[in-house]
Design a protein around this ligand. Sequence first.
Ligand SMILES: NC(=O)c1ccc[n+]([C@@H]2O[C@H](COP(=O)([O-])OP(=O)(O)OC[C@H]3O[C@@H](n4cnc5c(N)ncnc54)[C@H](OP(=O)(O)O)[C@@H]3O)[C@@H](O)[C@H]2O)c1
Length: 243
Amino acid sequence: MKGIYLITGTSRGIGQAVAARLLATGNRVVGISRTPSPLDGKPGYRQVLGSLADTDWIETMLEGVKEDLDDDRIELLCLFHNAALVEPACAIEACIADDIRQHVAVNLTAPMLLTARFMAFFGGLELRKKVAFMTSGAAQMAFPDMALYCSTKAALSMFSQCLGQEQADQSHGFEIAAINPGMVESDMQKIARAKDPARFRPSEMFRGAKASGVVQDPETAARAICELLQARTEMGKTVSVTK
Ligand SMILES: NC(=O)c1ccc[n+]([C@@H]2O[C@H](COP(=O)([O-])OP(=O)(O)OC[C@H]3O[C@@H](n4cnc5c(N)ncnc54)[C@H](OP(=O)(O)O)[C@@H]3O)[C@@H](O)[C@H]2O)c1
C-alpha cells in the first residue's frame, strides 16, 4: 500500500527509523522537526522545519499535503504523532514554569491541535485516513520524577480513545490508533540512563533495562510500528510493540 505519512519528530530516534522504513517501501513522508532529518533530500521525503511548541506552520503544511494527494496511487493518508519530550524529568517542585509549558505544548497540546486541523482539513476525503499517537508504558504506569511525561502520555491515550469513539460510526471517518513502542534505543533513553538517581529515581530502572537487553534497536521497532500504522487496529486503543 502506498501512503502519505505526516510524522512529527523525524530528525532522529524512532521517528527517523519509521520514516526511513516507509520511504524504503515506496511511501511518501512529510517530516516535522526543529532540526532537519538525515532523510532530507531523499526521494519521497519532505521536511517541514517547525517547532511543535509554536504551530503557525500547520495550515501551510496541510495545503502542501493536499497537492501531494493528486497522485491517485495514494491509498492511505496518515498523521503519526511521534515527537515528544521527556524533560523536565525531576521532582515536580524542581521543574521551572517555562519547561512545564514547553513539555505540555509538545507532548499534548500540539498533537491535539494538529489532529483537530488535520481532521477538519481532510475530513471530506474519500480515502483511507488515519491518526496514530505514540504512547508509552508510562501512560499506564506511574513513576516518580516523570509526572509530566506520564501525565501527558496518559492524556494522549485517553484522547485517542475518545476520538476512536467519535470516529467509529462515521462513513469515511478516520481510523484512530495508539502505539506503545516498548523500550527503544534513542536520545530519550540515553538521557534517562545518564541522570543522577538522586534527582531522577527511575534512572536505575532504565540502566537495568539496557543491561538486560530489553531495549530494542530503532530499526526493529520501526518495522513493527510501520506494520501497525498500516494495519486496521481496534479504534482508539493502544497496541503494544513487544520485543
Ligand atoms: N525511546 C523509547 O524507549 C520510548 C519508549 C516509549 C515511548 N517512546 C515515545 O516514542 C517517541 C519517540 O521517542 P524517541 O525515543 O525517538 O525520542 P528522541 O530520540 O528524543 O526524538 C524526539 C524527536 O522529537 C522531536 N521534537 C522534540 N521537540 C520538538 C519540538 N518542539 N518540535 C518538533 N519536534 C520536536 C525531535 O526533533 P528536533 O529536536 O529536531 O525538533 C526528535 O526528532 C516519543 O513520543 C516517545 O515518548 C519512546
